[in-house]
Design a protein around this ligand. Structure first.
Ligand code: BGC
Length: 697
């Protein structure tokens, strides 16, 4: 349907029908048999209102979506098709690593490939819009939703944002197995105070622009069709009712022209935030802030008609919102064919999809420590630990993944090598079970219910019984390979000395076990780098590598009255960008085309890398800067460039840096850098960086 036809449709709609487009209900209001039977869980929603509704969330499956759509079209006066939306975050049926894991791959093409598969599987099962990617920069390991972000770094987040959106949407939504992407949560949800879910955010405008907006901007520039508001406040107003954030910043300044949806129930939550007196007030504030769709609070449904009739909301604004929603439906081809792309025969978990999932899992798993034990060559190995026989390896937000499709570590490892001994996990184990093995692969960490939405924690230590078990195994002389599953950085300080190798698995998804087997037994050379900092102690949170120098740095050599803890180091246990592999590649030479940089002159850099081992493998090259003197404070290290590439024996990697790469954002959102010295750091691991000073002219 073209724009003229949409405008004509708009003129035919009553206010009630227009408001209906701005209301999203869950599947609870529809019988899964396909009949709309009127109100189910909420007395306030009449059958007529249900028939006017514009979108539904959380229902899934070709059959279900087809039936609901059919019934809706029969019952709504103008037969405007419904939009079906769902959280297809890191895979639909084929599950990929949780986004924080995928971020650790430092390989953005995996974000593209995995969301392409997710869109393929999701769209054919009825879903038009996915509530993904989540683009909130996260810095606090206590927050449960770290698993949904790509990283703590603005650059990495921005690069991944673009690939996710392109992967989901490809080059169009009509007649393609693609889904519209809804970037979320605008804005700065990752900065909730004390890492506590749904908490207040207090962040300066400049830090918002410098560190948090790049990922959202990248999602907008990539053409994301929708954006979701955050539950939190920004600048003392809940984001959902925050006109300066949604209308002035996101739409006008950042150029977003799609549909904005509230997060679940967030319109009504304006009342809890104590900035709205009642549902009416909450609706008027949110709608006037240009939040087009109310997800599940039912406020727009009950209040917006009155608001338009008595002038609280201008009907022209309602028309704009409805037009945005209708346009999205048109782009998805729903007016021509409301069942467009629904397919009962969709090939789920195809071998190609699983191949992408395996690659993504392998590239996401970070080797944190390796005291010459990996890859394993001896076969006197036991597999043990609370996660060793579990299918819970997909992580949170994998609603449509099925544990039955996930091979456990036990099944996979023994299928690959029947000599591996499996010992049933119990913290009260009998040491005689391990008498004929030298090495224990301990599969532990967090289960998937310990992170994700509403799963913030104050204690992010590895659980004590796992620590004690590992210690006991070490005391009887076993080599320990510890696989740590988690959706957040956890504190491994106490267990670290007892482990010969530590593998940060995150939640690797459907192909978790094969990926881990391949890494442990040297079939894949690990290549991931940490996308988030691992603190030594939970009390260091929030902590990120983007640290700023203080007026009293600890490094000044004096002990007292400097910025430090009296009971813990300042440094983390494992830094952002840390990750080991099996080849001892090193940078043997770097050639810089110049010592200075200006608007007109870039610097071309050639990095020679030599691999001194029998293993070839992917390397991640990272470039950080430190601006020695600048008008505003800048981090001591800031990632400006990264890439991943294969190194067989020798490789020269060439790239250019421009003046723009070095710039920062000032309080007025101008990008600038003053003349002076910038330290450039180049390395394959953030612990081992080669420094070169360059002059900005
Ligand atoms: C979450 C969103 C999600 C929505 C719909 C909310 O609770 O914060 O990220 O997309 O629910 O499921």
């Amino acid at each position: 349907m073209n724009e003229n036809a949409l405008s004509k449709l708009l003129t035919e709609m009553t206010i009630e029908e227009k408001v209906g487009q701005c209301v999203q209900l869950s599947g609870d209001y529809y019988e899964v048999s396909g009949e709309i039977t009127g109100p189910k869980s909420n007395e306030d929603v009449s059958e007529t209102q249900i028939n006017n509704v514009g979108s539904v969330l959380g229902v899934f499956g070709s059959d279900v979506c087809r039936k609901i759509q059919k019934s809706h079209l029969e019952n709504s006066r103008l037969s405007i098709p419904l939009l079906f939306m769902a959280d297809i975050v890191h895979g639909c049926n084929t599950i990929f690593p949780v986004p924080i894991g995928l971020g650790s791959s430092f390989n953005p093409s995996l974000a593209y490939e995995s969301s392409k598969v997710a869109a393929y599987e999701g769209r054919q099962q009825g879903i038009h819009v996915t509530f993904a990617p989540m683009l909130d920069l996260a810095v606090d390991a206590r927050w449960g939703r770290n698993m949904e972000t790509s990283s703590e770094d603005p650059k990495l987040n921005a690069v991944f944002a673009k690939e996710y959106v392109h992967g989901f949407q490809q080059d169009g939504l009509n007649n393609k197995n693609t889904m519209a992407s809804c970037i979320k949560h605008f804005a700065a949800y990752g900065m909730v105070q004390a890492g506590r879910e749904y908490n207040t955010v207090d962040l300066s405008r400049r830090f918002l622009m410098q560190s948090h907006l790049p990922s959202y901007q990248s999602g907008v520039d990539a053409g994301a069709k929708m954006a979701m508001t955050a539950f939190n406040t920004y600048d003392s107003r809940p984001c959902t009712g925050n006109k300066s954030l949604l209308d002035d910043l996101l739409r006008k300044q950042m150029g977003f022209d799609g549909v904005i949806i509230s997060d679940w129930g967030a319109v009504k939550e304006l009342i809890n935030h104590q900035v709205a007196a009642d549902n009416y007030d909450a609706s008027v504030q949110s709608f006037n802030a240009t939040c087009d769709i109310d997800m599940m609070s039912n406020c727009y449904n009950t209040e917006l008609i009155d608001a338009v009739k008595n002038g609280g909301v201008d009907e022209a604004l309602l028309d704009e919102a409805v037009m945005r929603i209708l346009k999205l439906k048109a782009e998805l081809g729903l007016f021509e064919d409301p069942y467009n792309q629904i397919n009962d025969e969709v090939a789920l978990l195809s071998s190609e999809s699983k191949e992408v999932a395996l690659q993504a899992a392998q590239e996401s798993i970070v080797l944190l420590k390796n005291e010459q034990v990996l890859p394993l060559r001896d076969n006197r190995v036991a597999l043990f630990g609370p996660m060793s026989n579990s299918g819970d390896l997909m992580g949170p937000w994998s609603w449509h993944g099925n544990e039955n499709d996930v091979e456990t570590n036990k099944h996979c490892f023994i299928r690959n090598d029947e000599k591996i001994k499996f010992v049933e996990y119990s913290p009260a184990f009998n040491i005689s079970a391990f008498k004929d093995v030298d090495t224990v692969i301990f599969s532990g960490g967090e289960n998937s219910f310990e992170s994700g939405e509403s799963n913030s924690k104050v204690d992010i230590n590895l659980n004590q019984s796992q620590i004690d078990t590992i210690k006991k195994l070490k005391q009887i002389g076993k080599k320990i390979i510890f696989i740590n599953y988690s959706g957040r950085p956890t504190v491994l300080t106490e267990v670290e000395p007892y482990c010969d190798a530590i593998i940060q698995a995150w939640f690797p998804g459907t192909m978790a076990s094969q990926a881990l087997y391949n890494i442990i037994f040297g079939k894949y050379n690990p290549s991931a780098r940490l996308s988030m900092t691992f603190p030594r102690h939970g009390g260091q949170c929030p902590i990120s590598y983007l640290e700023y120098q203080t007026g009293r740095p600890k490094e000044q050599g004096v002990d007292d009255y400097v910025s430090k803890y009296i009971d813990c180091e300042n440094t983390p246990l494992y830094k952002f960008g840390h990750g080991l592999n099996y080849n001892n590649s090193e940078i043997t030479n770097i050639n810089y085309s110049s010592d200075y940089i200006s608007e007109k002159e870039n610097i071309k850099i050639d990095v020679d890398i030599t691999n001194n081992s029998e293993f070839s493998g992917d390397e991640v090259l990272m470039v950080f800067i430190n601006d020695v003197v600048s008008g505003l404070i800048r981090p001591m290290k800031e990632l400006i460039h990264f890439d991943k590439f294969m190194v067989e024996d020798k490789h020269t990697y060439s790239f250019e840096i421009t003046l723009d790469d070095l710039k920062y954002v000032d309080q007025d959102n101008n990008r600038l850098i003053e003349p002076g010295v910038v330290e450039l750091f180049i390395g394959l691991d953030s612990n081992n960086l080669v420094q070169k000073n360059i002059e900005v002219r």
